[in-house]
Design a protein around this ligand. Structure first.
Ligand code: PLP
Length: 415
């Protein structure tokens, strides 16, 4: 869409690349291009564009092929994909999807074949878990669950699982924020590749909870980063979207061929909204993380609170190590375990005046939910026990309100 300006820092780049006002009658901000089809500059260009979109040939460096049809590509997707790249450290290419689940399922469909095995950390997002356990298995892919945060057990599983093709890590895990060490998984994946004298299993990280601001998986050896853009990237709880990013553009090219077939590209209006939110992702996430840290650290000593799950309050030595090595700041999610089980949790939710009782996360407004009966209600008792989803657990996604008002709201609801 426009020339890139190398050497700039990411908060400048996000505002200056990917869009050239001269191509849009001088408009300072990108317009929305709603066309479903695009006029070719020549029959030869049309032929070339079709060869490229079908994957029959590869683009030359710097080549700008004609647009064809909006299921394949459109200007607002290109603008967003160009502008998000500088925000994800180590990324060179991005691909936008119409949901986080679309990004995750397209990644798995692109890189797995029948007969392959994939490893995944649990607890993992419910939709991802259902896709692996209730769908991929019938397509001949076996999923092997490993406990989030269990560094040496995960390394061992990576070294010893036969036909291992994909490792999917979600860190921190929801709702207890247990962290999984990306770097040690990347080392084990590289070793497994050498031992098999073939390709390393591909390491994918769902970075929705701390990225792109606080956690940088590509710099720690991950091959692919996945997002629900519905959360912090969008930030206003008003759209559904997803993104995949990689250092190696070839991975994104392969996923793009699948996106062309599945038709799960994000629509122009939503791409335009999402692109306009990118310059403020860091501002919003920094504000929300500072709020969450102040509130969590004060509530930790509240007499009605049994435990707070929050990265700056970890007590396990391995978890503290991972947080310090892997994350810049603790983020804006915490969970509190109340004395008095489900009745106490429900009473707390009923009494909140500012925070909304809703699922989802990453918005500028504070959202609070009871995982056991909502987001994690599909868990068996055993799964709940492993994941730390207790009857008295309440999950909080802190927004950018004044933290003192939020703290007062939590304290009055606890009283
Ligand atoms: C919300 C979420 C998803 C799914 O994203 P959608 O945009 O709802 O499809 C995947 N992973 C994590 C960690 C999430 O929070």
């Amino acid at each position: 869409m426009a020339d890139e300006k190398p050497g700039l820092r990411s908060s400048t780049e996000v505002l200056t690349r990917g869009f050239d006002p001269r191509l849009s009658v001088g408009s300072a901000r990108p317009p929305v291009f709603r066309s479903s089809t695009y006029v070719f500059s020549s029959p030869e260009s049309a032929e070339r564009a079709f060869d490229l979109v079908a994957g029959r040939v590869k683009a030359q460096p710097g080549e700008q092929p004609d647009l064809i049809y909006s299921r394949f590509n459109h200007p607002n997707a290109e603008i967003f994909e160009s502008q998000i790249v500088p925000l994800e450290k180590g990324a060179h290419a991005a691909l936008v999807f119409n949901s986080g689940m679309a990004a995750i399922t397209t990644a798995l469909f692109t890189f797995l074949r029948p007969g392959d095995t994939m490893l995944y950390t649990v607890p993992i997002y419910g939709g991802t878990q259902s896709f692996i356990e209730g769908f991929l298995d019938s397509w001949g892919v076996s999923g092997v669950a490993v406990e989030a945060g269990a560094t040496s057990a995960i390394q061992e599983a990576i070294r010893t699982t036969p036909n291992l093709r994909v490792i999917l890590i979600e860190t921190p895990a929801n709702p207890t924020l247990t962290m999984t060490d990306i770097l040690s998984a990347a080392h084990a994946s590289a070793e497994a590749g050498l031992a098999r004298s073939g390709e390393s299993p591909m390491l994918m990280v769902d970075n929705t909870l701390l990225g792109p601001t606080f956690q940088h998986p590509l710099e720690r050896g991950a091959h692919l980063v996945l997002y629900s853009a519905t959360k912090y990237l969008s930030g206003f709880s008003d759209l559904i979207g997803g993104v995949a990013l990689a250092s190696d553009p070839e991975l994104i090219r392969k996923m793009r061929l699948k996106r062309n077939l599945f038709g799960n590209i994000l629509q122009p209006d939503e791409c335009w909204m999402l692109a306009s939110r990118l310059p403020t992702v860091r501002l919003r996430m920094n504000r929300a993380s500072k709020n969450a840290q102040r509130i969590a650290e004060r509530l930790a000593s509240h007499p009605k609170v049994r435990k707070i799950h929050y990265p700056s309050l970890f007590d396990d030595a391995n978890q503290i190590r991972i947080r310090l090595e892997q994350c810049d700041f603790p983020g804006a999610m915490f969970s509190l375990e109340l004395d008095g089980g489900k009745p106490a949790a429900f009473e707390f939710l009923r009494r909140l005046r500012l925070a909304y009782n809703a699922v989802s996360l990453g918005g500028v407004e504070t959202l609070v939910c009871h995982p056991k009966t909502t987001t994690h209600s599909g868990f068996t008792e055993a799964q709940s026990a492993t994941a730390g989803v207790t009857d008295g657990l309440v999950r909080v996604s802190v927004g950018i309100e004044d933290w003192r008002d939020l703290l007062a709201d939590f304290e009055q609801a606890l009283a």
